[in-house]
Write a protein that binds this ligand. Structure first.
Ligand SMILES: [Zn+2]
Length: 219
């Protein structure tokens, strides 16, 4: 037995040493030569399409915090969220509309500030668990027509009341149709709606991504 086993062991050890060495060399070269972008990498939406309208509310004082909590306006998301959003926007454009964006990725520290002001999980995710915004998988959006005017969705963005809910049916037929249009196309492109906020959409495949707290560069 010993006689048969020894050469095999030597062969295995040699194989292990060679394969470890080659693996570490490959990954070092990859890192050196190209930034590794995969579908969970955070990217800036504006680098992927000129066809969105931006009104990044938390880079202004026009929000429920009454404070400018982002140093500058930008829409960062995981690449897979961007890709799904591009597909949805293409569909809206064929119908004469465009997506207008209010919020995208949100650092966890900002989530904590929001929770201090509105500690109600119907409207703000508890930072202990983290929001899908903190995971780069959520967007707050509406639609604009070809003149750039927002469609009537019944309430303003971040209106914290039952009137903003998909379940609240005491709205005009026009509002109902506008919310339905937004929801139908977002659903078809991989997003879930959120009952209490007509403007909020979560990418289904991003629900379990890691929470992040990086701040984007404003230069
Ligand atoms: Zn949201």
């Amino acid at each position: 037995m010993t006689f048969c086993f020894k050469p095999f062991l030597i062969f295995c050890s040699l194989f292990w040493i060679v394969s470890c060495k080659s693996q570490s060399t490959i990954s070092a070269n990859e890192e050196k030569n190209s930034p590794i972008i995969n579908d969970t990498t955070f990217v800036n939406l504006k680098d992927y399409s000129p066809d969105f309208v931006y009104d990044m509310k938390y880079a202004t004082t026009d929000n429920f915090l009454k404070a400018k909590v982002y140093d500058c306006a930008a829409c960062f998301l995981r690449l897979k969220t961007v890709e799904a959003l591009l597909e949805a926007n293409k569909k809206f454009i064929t119908k004469g509309y465009k997506i207008k964006i209010f919020d995208c990725y949100r650092p966890l520290d900002i989530q904590k500030k929001m929770w201090e002001i509105v500690p109600n999980p119907e409207y703000v995710a508890n930072p202990a668990k983290g929001s899908i915004h903190n995971r780069g998988g959520a967007v707050d959006i509406t639609l604009v027509n070809s003149n750039g005017n927002e469609l009537d969705m019944g309430t303003s963005f971040d209106y914290f009341g039952v009137e903003a809910s998909h379940k609240y049916l005491n709205v005009s037929e026009e509002v109902k149709a506008n919310r339905e249009l937004l929801k139908k196309i977002m659903n078809k492109n991989g997003f879930n709606s959120f009952d209490s906020e007509w403007w909020h959409y979560n990418l289904r495949s991003a629900l379990k991504e890691k929470v992040s707290n990086f701040k984007w560069d404003c230069n």
